[in-house]
Design a protein around this ligand. Structure first.
Ligand code: GLN
Length: 231
């Protein structure tokens, strides 16, 4: 299974994502610069955290116009797995691959600490190795993680089971609507989340609870691949 980790000027979690793929599932992984326009070789695309183009206008606002994001849209359409983490989630919403937007944290402060998430949907390719309702410890580090969408979109997210992670009840760190920490698109192959699973893959980092996101992706891909080979 081939992984791409996108790199924009200002990305700063690209190395962590790359290492997480190597350390958890040992699959081939490449850094892919924002000018690239062909992602056909890759089965999974990771859009990492950081401050793309400085995030001066609005997080992800410039990154959405890059060549590589056009290729990501094509890959999403083809059903490939796309995971946006933190700034990557912001980029995916700006690119309209996921609904809603990420606003400034309600306390107007950058929040950087461990957070407890509840796995709300364990039927996605990214969460199948977790139990439904499992509580996991994953760090957050963002200034603009306050998820917002209109009422109709929220209803749709709830009804289609597109809310993948919520912050633990009573511990919402940013004012995010309905305690949302991560969502998927309708098809389930594109997921965006503010917390950083790639920073939680070894006990020495404070938690290894993020590891199952990577093992999930690989097992989902293998299952799809093996089924195709049998047909
Ligand atoms: N760690 C990150 O990806 C930060 C994302 C974004 N620039 C923010 O502060 O919200």
């Amino acid at each position: 299974m081939n992984f791409a980790v996108l790199v924009f000027p200002g990305s700063n979690c690209d190395i962590d994502c790359y290492k997480a793929v190597e350390d958890t599932i040992g699959q081939p992984v490449d850094y892919v610069w924002h000018t690239a326009d062909d992602l056909s070789k890759y089965d999974c695309i990771l859009v990492p955290g950081g401050f793309s183009y400085g995030d001066y206008l609005r997080c992800g606002a410039i990154a959405q116009f890059t060549n590589v994001m056009k290729a990501v849209a094509k890959a999403a359409e083809e059903g490939k797995y796309i995971l946006g983490i933190c700034n990557g989630f912001q980029v995916l919403t700006e690119a309209k691959l996921l609904p809603g937007a990420l606003l400034r944290n309600n306390g107007m402060k950058f929040r950087c600490h461990q957070a407890v998430l509840k796995v709300e949907n364990n039927t996605t390719a990214f969460t199948r190795d977790y139990a439904e309702g499992e509580l996991i410890n994953i760090p957050i580090a963002h200034g603009e993680g306050n998820y917002y969408c209109d009422d109709a979109t929220l209803k749709e997210l709830q009804e289609n089971n597109q809310i993948v992670f919520r912050y633990e009840a009573g511990a919402n760190p940013n004012g995010s609507l309905d305690d949302i920490a991560g969502i998927s698109n309708k098809a389930g192959n594109v997921v965006g989340m503010m917390p950083h699973p790639e920073r939680a893959i070894h006990e020495i980092l404070g938690s290894a609870d993020g590891k199952k996101m990577f093992t999930s992706i690989l097992s989902a891909w293998r299952e799809k691949h093996d089924a195709a080979a049998i047909r």
